[in-house]
Design a protein around this ligand. Structure first.
Ligand code: ATP
Ligand code: ZN
Length: 315
């Protein structure tokens, strides 16, 4: 969610445009409806483009020499706690629950199920959360001091955000490929700023119209509005947006470049060798959003896409 995407009030044309793209992706066999808004199976043609997008993104960041890390789709409650995510985005968070009862409770669960009642109440929250941003687990792994030259990571994985929607650009389960720097304030800012032109050029080479705009995270509630305003005023976050639904509608963020300042350094107790609290920054490719933006812009048959686009994607 971004300030560039309307989130309230019905915009009939926009809803129709979203529904049309969704139908096209389903009818042309790109996505498979799994029966919950924002949850899709993916077919071969989707995977072909998705893999090409990811590979092109990785090639474009190869000069970073980032350390590759991969994480499961769930993170420990301890790590989740330290990110403070629940304070800012309670509406997007989701936890894992599990059955810990005895035979008697199991019988009660089955009886509820038999009656057609919801039986998930019989599950207890486990100490695992679905990962909402793939960089989260890394901050607990770098120790209390990063080297003077900082640390750079390449992280891709599953993200889950509880934002059910019929907009095919807004999924509940998706993937972002992040390139993360943890180091001095200067290094973090230089990473965030330095990567923007290359990312923009890459996305433009895919034949997408791109704008880079200041943005905010979808902080929850009234306090959230203040946090969001501060984030924009301080130019902490930029998004790469593309007009998936045409020039009359707000463009959608398909990638982002985000300076966290000392947020994670303070929360996880990370310092630079001179004793300063470490700063961090991420740039993130929203892999499904880029892939779907490509289908929206060029059609659902990649073999018929412009030669320049196919070359940029090595398709
Ligand atoms: P970072 O920690 O790197 O700053 P972040 O949490 O700020 O990450 P976002 O900017 O929220 O990350 O998300 C990164 C990208 O993931 C977005 O630019 C977008 O392309 C994609 N994305 C975010 N939400 C969704 C969604 N609901 N469905 C599909 N893609 C999404
Ligand atoms: Zn991140």
């Amino acid at each position: 969610m971004t300030i560039t995407e309307p989130t309230t009030g019905a915009v009939p044309d926009l809803d129709a445009a979203r529904a049309a793209l969704r139908s096209r992706l389903l009818d042309d066999g790109v996505l498979v409806d799994l029966g919950s808004p924002g949850l899709y199976g993916r077919t071969g043609v989707f995977e072909r483009v998705y893999a090409a997008v990811d590979a092109a993104g990785v090639r474009s960041q190869a000069d970073l020499g980032a350390d590759v890390l991969r994480f499961p789709p769930v993170e420990t409650l301890t790590a989740f706690e330290r990110t403070d995510y629940i304070a800012s985005f309670p509406d997007l968070a989701a936890s894992v629950s599990a059955f810990t009862g005895d035979d008697r409770t199991h019988r009660a669960l089955l009886a509820a199920r038999e009656r057609g009642d919801r039986w998930e109440d019989f599950l207890e929250p486990a100490d695992l959360m679905l990962t909402p941003a793939v960089c989260h687990p890394v901050y607990g792994l770098v120790g209390d001091t990063v080297p003077q030259s900082g640390r750079t990571f390449d992280i891709v994985g599953d993200s889950f955000r509880r934002e059910p929607s019929l907009d095919p650009m807004r999924l509940q389960a998706f993937h972002m490929h992040e390139f993360v720097v943890i180091g001095t304030p200067e290094d973090a800012r230089a990473h965030r700023d330095g990567r923007i032109p290359g990312m923009r050029a890459l996305l433009e080479s895919f034949g997408l119209a791109i704008d880079v705009v200041p943005a905010n995270d979808p902080f929850f509630g009234r306090v959230g509005q203040i946090l969001a305003r501060n984030q924009v005023e301080q130019s902490l976050k930029f998004e790469f947006v593309t007009p998936v639904y045409g020039p009359d509608h707000a463009a959608t963020a398909i990638s982002s470049a985000n300076l966290h300042e000392d947020h994670f350094g303070t929360a996880f107790g990370i310092r630079t060798p001179d004793g300063e609290v470490a700063h961090s920054a991420c740039v993130a490719f929203g892999l499904e959003r880029i892939t779907i933006a490509l289908f929206a812009a060029h059609g659902t048959d990649p073999d018929a896409w412009p030669e320049t686009v196919r070359a940029a994607l090595a398709l």
